[in-house]
Design a protein around this ligand. Structure first.
Ligand code: 3H9
Length: 690
């Protein structure tokens, strides 16, 4: 029928197979023949039932996201679904892989849904800053109830076939050849005879909705939305499904969809969707990979333990090395406790926890790392210590093993040069807690060979990380930009801002927390130690550390914390300390606006990103966005610092950077040439300035 749609007959059952690799998105070239096929089959008296299935690895994974923001070519998905609902003979969606977004909406347009036992079904539109726009918010609650639909749509998380069956979303679950099962199912249903009720006319799920309980749930969700419009709109649309007629609710869903899809937040989130997939690409990524079966992790502290858990979670055998039996016992004990907590919370089964723990082998002897294919060190952040570790690894690791450092700042070229195999050395910069945080900066040193890098990128995907390949510089991409963001923190305090006020400017912007709360959470002693190692000072933070105020772990930092609590309470002592230090320096306090706080923290962040691009430490501006959203909590609705620079206006940013550069002479404010180029061309492309 078309290159993207096949039509077969299995006796009196017609099978429509969508074939649009890689994920069977509902592109225009699928919608057009699909509509035509449905009309034809509806009007063909020799057809008793229709099955919609997909070729390849998955059912339809949604609308074609690349078409958003462009004029919509007819027929739209909504029209296709409306046509489906005019068909009197039974229609059956045969779901394997994932039925997501518009894919699930298409399936909801059918009378019945059957699924492969391994299938997943969901409406993830919220992650793209939109809501399901093909009737999903109105049809899903009719089958699974308003509260379950709300949770699925606001979280965007898919559910498995068994759960979908139990909830009434799927009518049958099969193992084996799904199309054959679906055809038999359709034939049997057709034989029994109709009428067959389309989902739009069903109300199984809506009958007993407790609207008060629903609203309580919505209020909870709203608190977590952190300035994002889509989750709120999703909740409103599901509520409409309960309180309005089908057609009114559908029209309201459309209006909300149109509003969101044209907005900056959705543009930002779509940008991030593609940016994450782009970030793992680099020249040479398709070279043959090395085989990784066993991973060695050196150091069983918080970082090493978290890294080791990430590998065990991804199915790798892990050898965990510590200096002493006691430290090893402690490290393994913590890992065991962490898994036990996951079991208690219900996020991990007892069985899976045992499986993961069984992957660990503890050791205090470097010789036990000899059979590892990848070894990651997470020891003390000190060049001499790292070189010693790499010297020992060089002596015992098998040929071809990848040797990785988890350093956050140190020069990996220098570490690599201390071995006889610099081609196998690279950085794996995990973020703490390493078993939770998604980001992994994969650092390519001068001599790292492409197959070692490609193997690391593959491995990252297997352990569920968002990988970004970066080059060597102090702090790599993330921490170098973090330093630029924080370079004015002390100055802002001395000039009259309070930690609370600065943190509020950040949370109002959409960050989960501000820099001072973050510092208290991470431990102020970490920055203090780094500064001392580099001969740097920070008058307020250093004084707090000298007083033993390391943040949450000591109950006092920039804020006070009540025993065991994580809520920061403003501390008049800290504010007095700041005023004293300012007075010593003759700095008079003045009122500092939220706007000034953003200018002096986030504009240098963007500026440093531009310098990093100029130096080709990051390959693309979007890679920087991926790092900042996944590793540092930059608000997803703003798309990351480099995307946000475009929204904020590069001309405005340059103007204010110049102003602050004149006032302070600080290098972080000197506008990067690439930022000027962005203002002229609207593009972060580096070619012209290289
Ligand atoms: C929607 O449906 C709106 C409707 O409610 C309203 C309509 C009116 N479009 O992720 P992968 C590309 S919104 C275009 O690496 P995996 C992706 O960029 C949509 N392209 O594979 C990549 O390209 P490349 C709601 C898409 O196996 C390639 O496919 N649906 C789309 O790890 C492989 O992707 C979603 O949000 C798309 N919809 O994961 C689901 N999806 O190779 C989005 C993927 O050039 N998709 N591509 O880099 C996913 O979550 C994952 O792709 C999936 C497979 C789980 C399906």
């Amino acid at each position: 029928m078309s290159n993207f749609l096949k039509l077969n007959r299995e006796g009196d059952v017609a099978v429509v197979t969508i074939d649009n690799p890689p994920v069977n998105a509902l592109s225009f070239h699928v919608r057009e023949p699909l509509m035509q096929a449905l009309v034809e089959l509806r009007d063909d008296p020799s057809v008793a039932a229709i099955v919609i299935a997909c070729a390849g690895r998955t059912f339809v994974a949604g609308a074609d996201i690349t078409e958003f923001g462009k004029p919509m070519q007819q027929p739209e998905l909504r029209a296709i679904i409306a046509t489906l609902e005019t068909i009197a003979k039974p229609t059956v969606a045969a779901i394997h892989g994932t039925a997501l977004g518009g894919g699930l909406e298409l399936a909801l347009g059918c009378h019945f849904r059957v699924a492969d036992a391994g299938a997943k079904l969901g409406l993830p539109e919220v992650k793209l800053g939109i809501l399901p726009g093909g009737g999903g918010t109105v049809r899903l609650p009719r089958l699974v109830g308003a509260v379950k639909a709300l949770r699925m749509i606001v979280s965007g998380a898919p559910i498995g076939a068994a759960e979908a069956h139990e909830a009434g979303l799927v009518d049958a679950v099969f193992e084996g050849d799904l199309t054959t099962h679906a055809v038999n199912f359709a034939r049997e249903i057709a034989r029994k005879g109709g009428p067959f009720t389309p989902v739009r006319d069903r109300d199984d799920g809506l009958k007993d909705t407790d609207l008060a309980a629903f609203d309580v749930e919505v209020a909870e969700l709203a608190k977590k939305a952190r300035g994002l419009d889509a989750p709120i709109a999703c909740a409103r649309a599901v509520r409409n499904a309960v309180t309005l007629s089908f057609d009114e609710a559908l029209a309201a869903e459309r209006a909300l969809f149109v509003d969101l899809v044209g907005g900056d937040q959705s543009r930002a989130q779509r940008h991030l969707f593609f940016a994450e997939r782009e970030a793992a690409k680099f020249p040479g990524k398709d070279t043959a990979k090395r085989r990784i079966a066993r991973v060695g992790v050196i150091g069983a502290g918080t970082m090493g333990g978290g890294i080791a858990m990430s590998f065990a979670n991804g199915g790798y055998a892990v050898t965990l090395l510590e200096a002493s039996h006691e430290a090893l016992r402690h490290g393994l004990g913590t890992i065991e406790k962490n898994y036990a907590v996951s079991v208690t919370r219900g996020s991990l089964t007892e069985e899976a926890s045992h499986e993961r723990l069984a992957r660990f082998k503890g050791s205090t002897d470097y010789a036990d790392l000899a059979d590892c294919d990848l070894i990651v060190e997470a020891v003390f952040e000190d060049m001499a210590v790292k070189k010693e570790v790499f010297g020992r690894l060089d002596a015992i690791a098998k040929p071809g093993a990848i040797l990785a450092t988890n350093t956050s700042y140190l020069d990996i070229n220098e570490i690599a040069a201390s071995t006889s195999r610099p081609q196998d050395v690279l950085g794996l910069h995990f973020f703490s807690p390493a078993n939770v945080m998604k980001l992994l900066e994969i650092v390519r040193a001068e001599k790292t060979v492409p197959d070692a890098l490609a193997t690391a990128v593959d491995m990252a995907r297997r352990i569920g990380k968002v990988a970004v390949v970066v080059g060597v510089c102090h702090g790599f991409v993330g921490n170098r930009m973090l330093a630029a963001r924080g370079s004015e923190s002390e100055a802002l305090l001395l000039e009259g801002a309070t930690p609370r006020q600065i943190d509020k400017a950040f949370t109002d912007f959409g960050w989960p927390m501000g820099p001072f709360q973050m510092g208290d959470l991470a431990g102020l002693d970490i920055g203090w130690r780094n500064r001392k190692a580099r001969g740097q000072t920070a008058v307020i933070a250093d004084t707090l550390c000298e007083q033993g105020r390391f943040g949450q772990k000591t109950g006092r930092g920039f804020y006070l914390y009540e025993a065991g609590a994580r809520t920061p309470v403003a501390d008049p002592e800290v504010e007095a300390l700041i005023r004293d230090k300012a007075a010593e320096r003759g700095i008079a306090a003045r009122t500092i606006s939220a706007e000034e706080i953003i200018e002096r923290t986030l504009y240098p962040l963007v500026n440093e990103g531009a310098k990093i691009l100029e130096e080709k430490i990051a390959a693309r501006a979007s890679d920087i966005d991926v790092i900042w959203v996944n590793g540092y909590g930059f608000p997803v609705g703003k798309g990351g610092p480099m995307f946000w620079a475009g929204l904020e206006g590069p001309g405005k940013i340059i103007g204010r950077l110049e102003y602050w550069y004149q006032r302070t002479g600080k290098d972080v404010f000197r506008p990067a040439p690439l930022l000027k180029r962005l203002a002229e061309t609207g593009s972060w492309e580096t070619d012209a300035i290289a």
